[in-house]
Design a protein around this ligand. Structure first.
Ligand SMILES: [Zn+2]
Ligand SMILES: [Zn+2]
Length: 233
């Protein structure tokens, strides 16, 4: 088994500990072909990277791309936040980003009149797994997200519905390797739907880049390893 890419890693620009360079070096050491630094987008009150800091991060990634050309592909990612029903902080201009990840997180600047965004309450007070999944997939479609990170984390979602939308839109569903948020049955449902799965380390330190162990075990147990797009069996 070989890891093709790890597109979900963080650094000290948000609340991680390593630098982008350290993440790249660790990925190179592991023989990974593609590594993205996908920092938390600005909508996150606590960890969001915005303004001049975000510009510095993008510049650093641009120079790492050049420095490591021919050795490993360095990608500029962003892990964006759901900010309301069908809404997110995915940037309008996506041209500077290679990978857009979208996930539900706590501590988000709200886009609506409900005040601070506390879990599902700002979705209109009618939170059900189906409605939560509709909220996330509408935002993913509007912002043209590539990956949904950690489905079910903090907010239960209707997996059959999410998988069908993901398949139609060509969006990958993440098997997060920091904590697996999908049950064996849910992984099998996604695999059967025809939607793609992608493993992300969600590393917040360089030593966890490419650490796919938990996710690989879950996928192996569910018999869905062949649906994971970023590993070679
Ligand atoms: Zn996340
Ligand atoms: Zn993350």
């Amino acid at each position: 088994m070989r890891i093709i890419s790890d597109l979900h890693t963080h650094t000290k620009y948000s609340h991680g500990t390593g630098t982008p360079r350290e993440n790249v070096l660790r990925a190179l050491e592991l023989g990974i072909k593609k590594i993205a630094v996908s920092e938390h987008a600005g909508g996150n009150i606590y960890f969001g990277v915005r303004g001049k800091k975000l510009e510095r991060l993008k510049a650093e990634l641009r120079s790492l791309k050049k420095e490591f050309e021919g050795k490993i592909e360095v990608k500029t990612g962003l892990e964006c936040n759901i900010t309301g029903f069908g809404k997110s902080d995915i940037p309008k201009d996506r041209s500077e980003y290679d990978v857009i990840i979208l996930g539900f997180h706590k501590g988000i600047f709200p886009h609506n009149r409900f005040g601070f965004h506390i879990l599902s309450e700002s979705f209109g007070g009618k939170s059900t797994p189906r409605r939560n999944a509709e909220c996330i997939m509408a935002a993913a479609e509007a912002g043209k997200a590539d990956i949904i990170s950690h489905p079910n984390l903090y907010l239960a979602v209707d997996i059959p519905y999410m998988a069908e939308c993901a398949r139609q839109l060509g969006i990958l569903l993440e098997v997060n390797s920091a904590r697996v948020t999908l049950s064996k049955e849910q992984l099998q449902t996604i695999a059967k739907s025809g939607a793609g799965l992608i493993i992300g380390s969600d590393a917040h330190s360089a030593d966890r880049v490419g650490d796919f162990e938990l996710a690989l075990n879950a996928c192996r147990e569910a018999g869905v390893l062949d649906k994971v797009v970023n590993i070679e069996l």
